[in-house]
Design a protein around this ligand. Structure first.
Ligand SMILES: [Fe+2]
Ligand SMILES: [Fe+2]
Length: 356
């Protein structure tokens, strides 16, 4: 077990081929606030858009690199399968289904997973998204103070053959939902599901490198033979929100992820501050993991390394946050550049498509 424990996700970064379309989808349709409009500091010709809640609290942040010519990627071993966003209640989840389907977006679900209800759709680049209810949580089939100890076989009623697909497809909110009501507010990262071909090795990594703990060992309820393990920031009593990292355990012969549009570029976990991040670098190196030097991302500081499956993982500091260069009421309004790119602003702005 790690001497350091992350409290959960800081952000997830995905790949878009069309920043205005991504803004329309995540901002207008899903109602997420854009908390920063900037460029990729490693590639200033590309937008880097940040969305988040309450000024961009860690755990609620979704970011996008805009690579207009990126080829479509595909999920597989070493990649992220899907990102789940939280919603408070099943009723609000159905409102989302109505809003999305009325906008022409196919939705699969809600499906009762036991621990929460899940419904699935994709963003315009193909990134698989889920909206998952906050509860009832992981303690429905084992004690809250002993999560993740036993391999649990899902009951028959949870498996595809027992599902009433017609009823699932028909379930929706009875009225159109042209405006997002307060109860529908999306609550940030509910969980992130990635794919490994070695659950034991991947689990060792998330436990020893990041201090996450197993909170559920079960099977994928969509095929019943793939193992599906859940890790989270868990102190033996409480599972932190925005901290569930789940992995499908695929066989060795199944395909690897292909980076590209509609895929996750990397996932970032939280460090409290620079001092803790420095301890983390030392700790990761002591495990034989190659870690980058600290990169100043203006809104946080970052170190990067790879999971044994090849997924790019970051540890980002909580601070200083998105109000470091614009007031909270103006977040996301103007194109912000780090000081060392300001003298190139005319060229950078000229190369970017206006977001409208
Ligand atoms: Fe999920
Ligand atoms: Fe990042």
């Amino acid at each position: 077990m790690s001497p350091l424990k992350t409290s959960g996700f800081h952000h997830i970064t995905m790949v878009s081929t069309d920043a205005p379309r991504t803004l329309a989808f995540y901002g207008t349709l899903l109602g997420l606030g854009m908390v920063k409009k900037t460029v990729n500091f490693d590639d200033p010709a590309a937008y880097h858009l940040y969305f988040g809640d309450d000024g961009g609290r860690p755990g609620t942040i979704l970011t996008f690199f805009e690579w207009r010519h990126a080829q479509r990627g595909h999920w597989g071993v070493g990649g992220v399968h899907h990102l789940a966003l939280g919603v408070a209640t099943p009723e609000a989840q159905l409102k989302w289904k109505r809003r999305l389907t009325d906008a022409g977006i196919p939705v699969n679900g809600p499906i009762d997973r036991g621990y929460f209800k899940s419904m699935y759709f994709a963003d315009p680049d193909g990134q698989v998204l889920e909206i998952a209810t906050a509860g009832p949580g992981y303690a429905i089939d084992e004690p809250a103070d002993a999560l993740g100890r036993k391999l649990l076989v899902p009951s028959q009623e949870r498996l595809p053959d027992a599902r009433d697909e017609k009823a699932i497809a028909a379930a929706t909110h009875p009225e159109p939902v042209p405006a997002i009501t307060p109860d529908m507010r999306l609550q940030g990262i509910h969980h992130i599901t990635a794919i490994t071909d070695d659950l034991d090795r991947a689990g060792d990594f998330y436990e020893s490198a990041l201090g996450l703990s197993l909170v559920k060992k079960t099977y994928n309820q969509d095929d019943a033979v793939t193992k599906h393990y859940f890790w989270a920031s868990y102190d033996g009593h409480t599972v932190e929100p925005h901290s569930s990292m789940t992995l499908f355990g695929w066989g060795k012969a199944q395909g690897r992820a292909r980076q590209g549009a509609g895929q996750t570029h990397h996932i970032a976990f939280r460090a409290e501050d620079r001092e803790q991040q420095a301890e983390w670098s030392d700790h990761l190196r002591s495990l034989g993991i190659e870690v980058t030097a600290v990169a100043d991302r203006t809104y946080f500081e970052s170190i990067y390394f790879e999971s044994p499956d090849g997924l790019l993982v970051e540890i980002a500091t909580d601070g200083p946050g998105f109000t470091v260069d614009e007031p909270i009421e103006q977040l996301g309004g103007a194109l912000k550049l780090p000081a060392w790119l300001e003298n190139r602003r005319p060229d950078i702005e000229g190369a970017l498509v206006p977001l409208g």
